[in-house]
Every structure is written in structure tokens, then in C-alpha cells.
Design a protein around this ligand. Structure first.
Ligand code: FAD
Length: 920
């Protein structure tokens, strides 16, 4: 432990990489343009060279293997999609019945039988043949699907299954060098003889459990040893082979919010790998992963690199993604680190995988902008600027250019000529195993440029995720591999320069991809999020939360804006069972009656208020909630035990509710609608409020559901008497204060914390009830309302239930584990949508349960104000007692499969319930 801390602290000798997460595209592109410019003579050489390479690729059209295959089954075709889903799932399905069902399901959607005629390429033919056979068996021409069973009988399901499985294996063999590292090393020999180098990659998904992380790490150690031994003493770096490492594979919770634990664990692990790689004089490269892990990965890289014992080894490397707006900054930083530590490093420049996922993620998180470029040409430009900088950083940096794009490759060759006169170019190209053969054959075998092959090794089960990544990436219509194979696209089009496509910066941004905050178009603004992968944002959040940590809050009835006095009760935090978060004065039945009367008196004026004014007040409330985001998050943590992630999501949901109902109010209430008038009369239909709405909210979303009910009723012109759950009056009181400040009249929103639900519901003025809570209470409210004379009073009730998930063998276990852990245990399992019941197909149950329990074990229960905390306490002692009793009963009958640890020390008195898996 001491050693690892010392190593982590050595990071202080290097200035960590920190940069704005998502700067503006236009400014960036304008900065990059001159860095990526060439003279007209150089441009002409690039055209000629890229043209020749494209011709070489196209000359092999029809026998292109994997590229042809990817184009043929691109994701814009039903076959491509069906194939991807099949490839993703088929090989891991252990039982015949599920495999048959999956094949039937996917192949009846697609037209594989027509594909076998399209191309002569062997891979396309092989797969299309297998698929075509299968498809025809399943869906004979001119035969309705109803006879599918008969056809299956004729050829037999096992034949069909075998054909489909074989097709997947054919594809697997293309992309994977060997099923073991030794098989991969042996197969690499042929290419090595032709001048290629290798970087081996041990296939596998990111680890979810410590066991998996340890297994992956052991596999890396074993692989390095075998690669090193096989390499013997021949040659010297950079010509020697190497290995690529995914940090997510060797830590079960490789997340930026978990930075301290990750550093303490991964820096020593990386050092062990580095020392081994150094001993064998191999290249060891850290693969580039998600944008929100960039800073963390660079911290680990720098901390391990700083070990003085690694001096003299030139094989440590890192991959940099050009699609990230921070790419050039990272290149410069790596150059500075190498200089300051006096090391020589290897840097692989890629454009970046999973672009679509990153875009979606930024939208979902409500970021101010994207961390990636949104136009492919901007990525190409960034690649070029980074490439030129890397060339300038030689020999301190050994650049490794990974691309299957002939134009990018021609650019790099020109850059290589610019400032290197030696016979050794001082850099290498990189390609993926099974791809880019036609492109690199002339470059490597004729012109003698070095090229390293990224060579995955692993069994078929583990290849699936990798295969899908390749299908996604190369099946996209913007991909060079997809376009070069389309002979209808003229060569000149493929040679168009990024600067031209980007109109010299004027079209830097893809206007068809709205900014995350503009996701809902002109309709409403998306709620603002925080990127917790960015250290600066984490630090700012922690500092702001600290400002509110000592706040003491008060909740009291607010009737026509006035606060009647009464006895105070302390609100104690569930986190430690002792901290006083604030105090509440609970409303009496008389106060409840008064609040109803005042709300009834205020109704006509609020209902007559133009909808534009009402909606504007809701919009102002949205902004006020957003402005008070951290104050609300701090209070949600203290009063309800919400973690920061949950608190942020809750504030965002509350903001979204306000904006959503404002939009709907304007849409539905602004104008009277014309009704049909068959006899010539004019009929107009106008929506208006009903009267006083009683809003009764639960403790599990004390802000979002509370405010959602209130603003929905207010938007429609009703006045509201709001009653929060007894355990969480403080956050509701703060929301009501903000609502009044935002311009919602005090008469229109009355606030009555306390046990006054029945008094409110029974009042004659009630015109509607919005309730979220238990089914039992909903029934009582329903009966109370039904017993009343007068107009029928609507009840909008959202009640609890048992949520179940059904998982069969086609599901990716890692995805199942993520979803189960998120749904069942995050938010302390207290969401209305929390998973309670999991049904697993028996054939895969044991392994999936093992992964779920392993992942649950990694969850940190603790102070919800800390960013590293995953789970806070349950809401109160009563909830804990109920859950504890249930677990005790299961324990007594030996049905508890897993129980996580509980926090101790100062938190021990909080209301904690550990994640628990019980077999039913
Ligand atoms: P091109 O067709 O020229 O480029 C495709 C790329 O452009 C896409 O992948 C994407 O990055 C980008 N792009 C596409 N559409 C847009 C858009 N609208 N806006 C902005 N950008 C867009 N990837 C990693 O993430 N980490 C790694 O560690 C890694 N290692 C690799 C190692 C090797 C040897 C190779 C060959 C690839 C590796 N990759 C890695 C994958 C690599 O990122 C992709 O193969 C690469 O992006 C494809 O680029 P290209 O130049 O071959 O093709």
C-alpha cells in the first residue's frame, strides 16, 4: 500500500493533463487549419500517392475479404443489422433452442439469399452462403413463414444452426489472429517475414468484477511473457513486437469519480506490466477508450512512466484519438512529459472508435458541447495536425499512425518527407489484423515502410464485442473503408481535402447534430448536466457542495405566503443518524383547511392569468432550480441520502418537468379550439383549470416528483396545495420558495408539510389529486374522493409494484450486470422503477449471477456527498427495519447469495442496507 501511494504521489512530478472538455468547433478548426496545410507541390504529391493507393485497393475489389464484406453487409441494410445482432449473440448462446430462436428471428428479417450472388469475394460468399442457406431454410422463396417449421424439419435445425455458427466463426477468424496468444504468435510469423510488426491485444470486455480484472491482468502478464520469449533477442525497439492494454479490462470500476481507488490499484499494475515489457524490450501501449476516461488514463500513464526504473526503455506508449477536441493538447502534453522525464515514448494516433456512442452520451449528460468533432472532415483535419506535431516531436516520440484511409496515409508519408531525411522514416504505420491488406501491401512490401498489425487474440466468445466494434465502425457510410469499396464514387471525391469540406472553418460543426442542450430543437431547452469525467468540473462541484454543507434548512407551512408558527421537529440525516439537516414545523388540520380555502380563493385569478404568463413563471422556476443546482444536490444528499449522481439526475428531471409543462401549457391552453359546427353555428372548446389540486409526493424523489406534480397542475391553471413526504420536507420547502420567487403567486401554491394528507383530500374544495406513493394509500384517497357529493374528482395516482427483468442467453452478460446493478442497487434500490425480481435462463444463470454479485461487491456505500460513493442510506429507520427483516428471513432459510459490506465508523448509525441478492 505504501509503495503504491508513493508511486501515485510521484505523479506530482508531472503536470497532469487538464484542458477544457468540449471547446467550440469553429475556433478549434480555424486553429487546426494552418497546422494541417501543405504547399501546392506537396498537395500534388499527396493526390498522386493517395490515388495510387486507392487504385491498388480497388484493383483487389471482389477479393477484398473483410472490407468487401463490411460494405456488402453495411449497417444501412437489414442484412447488416441482422448480421451484427447475430454476430453479437450467437456464439455465446449455450443451448440449441435459444440459438434456433435467435437465428429464426434475425434471418427472417433479412434477405441473405440475394447476397450470395452479389460478390465473388470469398468472405462475402462464405458468409452469405451460410446465411443464404440458413435464410432459405427458414424462409423458402414464395413460401409463407407459416411453413418454416416444415423447412426446418427438412434440413434439420442442427444444420441451420451449424451453418450460422460457422459463418460467425469465419468472420471471427478474419478479425482474430489466434484463439490463444501462442496460436496468434505462430500465425503472425508469415506477416513478420514480409516486414510487419505486431501489437497483440487480448480480447475481452471491460471488467465488471475484481475476479475478471485479475484474470485479464494475468492474461496480460502471460501474453507479455510469451511475446517476449518468442521475440528472443532479435532486433531492437521500435522494430520489436508489443502488446496493447485496455485499462478498463484490469479494473472493475475504472471511472473518473473513482480516481483515487483506480490510481492506487492501476498504477502498480501498469508498473508490473511496464517492468515486464522493459525486461523483454517490448512495446506496451495503452489503448484509448472513452472521452470521460481520458484524463484518468493519462494520469495513470504519467504516474507509471515517472518510475525512474523505467528509464532507458523506449517502448511505453499511448493511443490518442484525433476525434477528440483535446487531441492536439494531449499530443503536446505527451511531448512535454517525455521531455521532462527524459524518456522516449511511442504514440499511436487513431481517429477513434465508438464516435456515435460518445455523441449520444454527451446528449444524455446535457453537456454544453461535444468532446468530439461532429464532422468527419474535422476529425481528419485534427488527425493531420496531430500527425505533423508528432513528427516534429521525433525522436523523443516515435509516432505510430493507425488508419485504413489511403488519403490519411498519403498525408503521413508527405509529413514524413517534410522533416526526416534518414533512410529510416522514424515512424510506423499501424493496421488492424484482417483489414487494410490491399492498402498496406505496396507501402510495406514495395516501399519498405514499417507497419505494425494490431492483432487480437482470444476465444470466440470474447471476440464478439470486438467484431461488433469493427462492424459498427466500418459499416458507417462515412467510413473510408465503406466508400473506397464503392466503385461508383470517383477517386477525386475520395481525395477532397478536409479544409474544403469544412469551408475553411465556416462549416466546422455538423448543424444536423444539435448541441446537447438544444436536443429538443426549438421546443425546450435540455437540462444542464455536469461532466464528472472532467477533473475541473469535479473540483468545482466538490467546492460548491462544500459551501452548502453546513446549511441548516427550515420547512414550515406557507399559506398565502405567510408562515404560521408551530412546534419544530428536527430533520435528522439518514446518512449518520445524528446530523441535524434542519427543522420542520408541521401543518395542523386547521392549517390544511386554511390552505385549501386560500387556494380556492386564488383559483379564479390564476386560472384567468394568460397561459403565456403562467408558462413563463414555470420557465423561470426551471432556471431557478438550475441556478440552485448544487444547493439542492447538497440538501438531497443530507436529507434523503442521495448520491451526487442521483442528486444531479433529480435536479435535472425537476428542471425538465418545469420546461416540459410550460411548453405543453402554451400548446394546449393558448387558443380555443374550433369544434365542428354541422348546422352552421360556431363552437369553441377551451381548456382551463379545474380548481384546487392536492399534490401528495413520495420521499424517493423528493424534488423531481414533488415539483413535477405541482407544475403540471399549475400549468393547467389550477391552484395547488402541496404536501411532501414526512421524511423530506426540507427540499420541498426550498423548491416552493424558489417557485414563489420565480413569480408563481403565493395564493396559487400553498405548502403544507406534515400528516395532513387526509384533511386535504377530504376538503370540499378539492378539484383533483395528484398522488405518488403506495397502492394502499392511493386506494384510501380513491375511497375518500368517491364518498364525496358533487362533481367527480379526478385522482392521478402513480403507485409502486414489483419490477422484473427477464434475461436469456442472447444477452451480453456485462450489459446484464450493468443494468441489474444500476436498477436494483443504485439509488439504494429506492426508485419506483428499481429492479426487484430477476429471471435468468438456467443455462447462463450461474455465470451471470457471479458477475452481478462481483459487480455489486465493487459498489461503495458511504457518504453521499463524496463523488466516489455509489449508494447512500435508505430513507429512514422504518424502511431499514423492513428490509433488514426480509433479508434476515432469507438468511435464515439459506437463500442469501450475496450481501455487500456496510459502512462503519461515523456512518454506522445511518440507515444502511447493503446490496443483497436473494435466490427465490
Ligand atoms: P476513416 O474512415 O477515415 O475514419 C473513420 C473515423 O472518423 C471514425 O472511426 C471516427 O473516428 C471518425 N468519424 C466518423 N464520423 C465522424 C463525424 N461525423 N464527426 C467526427 N468524426 C467522425 N480506436 C480507439 O478509439 N482506441 C484505440 O486504442 C484504437 N486503436 C487502434 C489501433 C489500430 C492499429 C487501428 C487501425 C485502429 C485503432 N482504433 C482505435 C480504431 C480506430 O479509431 C478506427 O479504426 C479509426 O477511427 C478508423 O479510421 P480510418 O482512418 O481508418 O478511417
Amino acid at each position: 500500500m505504501t509503495a503504491s501511494l508513493a508511486l501515485v504521489s510521484s505523479l506530482s512530478s508531472v503536470v497532469p493533463f487538464r484542458a477544457p472538455y468540449a471547446p467550440d468547433d469553429t475556433a478549434l478548426v480555424r486553429d487546426l487549419l494552418p497546422r494541417a496545410a501543405f504547399s501546392p507541390e506537396a498537395d500534388a504529391r499527396i493526390d498522386a500517392e493517395a490515388g495510387q493507393l486507392i487504385a491498388a485497393i480497388r484493383a483487389e475489389a471482389g477479393s477484398l475479404g473483410v472490407e468487401e464484406f463490411l460494405r456488402e453487409f453495411s449497417l444501412s441494410t437489414r442484412e447488416g443489422l441482422a448480421l451484427m445482432v447475430l454476430a453479437e449473440a450467437l456464439l455465446r448462446v449455450p443451448d440449441a433452442t435459444t440459438a434456433d430462436k435467435l437465428i429464426e428471428d434475425k434471418l427472417t428479417e433479412a434477405q441473405f439469399d440475394t447476397h450470395e450472388r452479389v460478390s465473388d469475394a470469398w468472405l462475402v460468399s462464405a458468409s452469405a452462403w451460410a446465411m443464404g442457406v440458413t435464410a432459405r431454410v427458414l424462409r423458402p422463396d414464395d413460401t409463407p413463414l407459416g411453413v418454416l417449421g416444415a423447412a426446418m424439419k427438412r434440413l434439420g435445425r442442427p444444420t441451420v444452426r451449424a451453418a450460422a455458427g460457422q459463418a460467425m466463426k469465419v468472420m471471427g477468424h478474419q478479425f482474430v489472429l489466434g484463439q490463444t496468444i501462442d496460436a496468434a504468435i505462430a500465425r503472425a510469423g508469415t506477416k513478420q517475414a514480409k516486414g510487419y510488426r505486431h501489437s497483440y491485444d487480448m480480447l475481452g470486455e471491460g471488467a465488471r468484477t475484481r475476479d475478471d480484472a485479475d484474470k485479464h491482468f494475468a492474461a496480460y502478464v502471460m501474453a507479455l511473457t510469451h511475446i517476449g520469449k518468442a521475440a528472443g533477442n532479435t532486433g531492437a525497439l521500435p522494430a520489436r513486437p508489443g502488446m496493447s492494454v485496455k485499462l478498463s479490462a484490469i479494473h472493475p470500476k475504472y471511472e473518473a469519480t473513482n480516481q483515487d481507488a483506480v490510481m492506487a490499484d492501476l498504477v502498480p499494475k501498469m508498473l508490473e506490466l511496464c517492468h515486464l515489457a522493459k525486461a523483454f524490450d517490448l512495446n506496451l501501449t495503452i489503448d484509448a477508450e472513452e472521452a470521460d476516461r481520458l484524463e484518468l488514463s493519462l494520469d495513470i500513464f504519467a504516474a507509471s512512466l515517472a518510475d525512474p526504473a523505467l528509464k532507458g526503455w523506449d517502448g511505453y506508449g499511448i493511443a490518442i484519438q484525433a476525434y477528440q477536441k483535446r487531441a492536439l493538447g494531449v499530443v503536446n502534453w505527451v511531448g512535454e512529459v517525455a521531455e521532462s522525464l527524459d524518456r522516449r515514448l511511442m504514440v499511436r494516433l487513431v481517429k477513434g472508435a465508438y464516435w456515435d456512442t460518445e455523441i449520444k452520451r454527451a446528449q444524455e449528460r446535457g453537456l454544453a458541447d461535444y468532446p468530439l468533432f461532429t464532422r468527419k472532415a474535422a476529425t481528419d483535419l485534427s488527425y493531420l495536425a496531430c500527425a505533423r506535431r508528432l513528427m516534429q516531436l521525433r525522436p523523443r516520440i516515435y509516432p505510430q499512425f493507425a488508419s485504413h484511409n489511403a488519403l490519411s496515409v498519403a498525408f503521413v508519408r508527405e509529413l514524413g518527407r517534410e522533416n526526416w531525411s534518414d533512410s529510416d522514416p522514424g515512424f510506423e504505420f499501424q493496421k488492424l489484423h484482417g483489414m487494410g491488406d490491399a492498402l498496406y501491401r505496396p507501402i510495406v512490401e514495395a516501399d519498405g515502410y514499417p507497419c505494425r498489425i494490431y492483432a487480437p487474440a482470444g476465444n470466440h466468445r470474447d471476440l464478439l464485442a470486438y467484431l461488433v466494434r469493427r462492424l459498427l465502425e466500418n459499416g458507417a457510410n462515412s467510413s473510408f473503408v465503406a466508400t473506397v469499396g464503392n466503385l461508383d464514387i470517383p477517386v477525386e471525391d475520395l481525395l477532397t481535402r478536409p479544409a474544403k469540406i469544412l469551408s475553411d472553418g465556416a462549416r466546422a460543426r455538423n448543424t444536423r447534430i444539435p448541441l446537447p442542450l438544444d436536443l429538443f430543437g426549438g421546443v425546450r431547452k435540455n437540462s444542464r448536466g455536469i461532466e464528472l469525467g472532467c477533473a475541473a468540473e469535479r473540483a468545482a462541484l466538490t467546492a460548491t457542495l462544500a459551501e452548502f454543507a453546513a446549511d441548516r434548512h427550515v420547512a414550515a407551512p406557507v399559506i398565502d405566503g405567510k408562515t404560521p408558527s408551530g412546534a419544530e421537529r428536527s430533520v435528522i440525516s439518514p446518512v449518520d443518524g445524528s446530523t441535524v439537516v434542519g427543522s420542520v414545523v408541521e401543518a395542523t388540520s386547521d392549517m390544511a383547511v386554511q390552505a385549501m380555502e386560500r387556494a380556492a380563493a386564488a383559483f379564479p385569478a390564476w386560472d384567468r392569468t394568460p397561459v403565456a404568463v403562467r408558462a413563463a413563471a414555470l420557465d423561470r422556476l426551471a432556471d431557478a432550480l438550475d441556478d440552485n443546482r448544487e444547493r439542492l444536490m447538497a440538501l438531497l444528499a443530507a436529507e434523503a441520502g442521495k448520491t451526487q449522481g442521483d442528486g444531479l439526475a433529480e435536479v435535472r428531471e425537476a428542471v425538465d418537468f418545469c420546461r416540459y409543462y410550460a411548453v405543453e401549457a402554451r400548446r394546449q391552453f393558448a387558443e380555443a379550439r374550433r369544434m365542428p359546427g354541422p348546422t352552421g353555428e360556431e363552437n369553441r372548446f377551451r381548456l382551463r383549470g379545474r380548481g384546487v389540486f392536492v399534490c401528495i409526493s413520495p420521499w424517493n424523489f423528493p424534488l423531481a416528483i414533488f415539483i413535477g406534480q405541482v407544475v403540471a397542475a399549475l400549468a393547467a391553471g389550477n391552484t395547488v396545495v402541496a404536501k411532501p413526504a414526512g421524511s423530506v420536507p426540507l427540499v420541498a420547502a426550498l423548491a416552493v420558495r424558489l417557485a414563489h420567487q420565480a413569480g408563481i403567486p403565493v395564493g396559487a401554491l400553498q405548502f403544507t408539510p406534515g400528516s395532513v394528507g387526509s384533511a386535504l383530500v377530504a376538503h370540499p374544495a378539492v378539484a383533483g389529486v395528484a398522488f405518488t406513493g403506495s397502492t394502499e394509500t392511493a386506494r384510501i384517497i380513491n375511497r375518500t374522493l368517491a364518498a364525496k357529493d358533487g362533481p367527480i374528482v379526478p385522482l392521478i395516482a402513480e403507485t409502486g409494484g414489483i419490477n422484473a427483468m427477464i434475461v436469456d442467453a442472447t444477452a451480453l452478460p456485462e450489459q446484464v450486470a450493468d443494468d441489474v446493478v444500476m436498477s436494483a442497487f443504485r439509488s439504494a434500490g429506492q426508485r419506483c422503477s428499481a429492479l426487484r425480481l430477476l429471471f435468468l435462463q438456467e443455462d447462463v444463470a450461474d455465470s451471470i449471477l457471479k458477475m452481478i454479485c462481483g459487480a455489486a461487491k465493487e459498489l461503495v456505500l458511504g457518504d453521499p456527498r463524496h463523488l466516489a460513493t455509489d449508494i447512500g442510506p435508505v430513507i429512514d429507520g422504518a424502511a431499514k427495519a423492513r428490509l433488514d427483516a426480509y433479508v434476515a428471513e432469507a438468511r435464515a432459510s439459506g437463500r442469501v447469495l450475496f450481501e455487500g459490506p456496510l459502512p462503519d465508523g461515523v456512518l454506522a448509525a445511518g440507515t444502511w442496507v447493503a446490496p443483497t441478492v436473494i435466490v427465490l
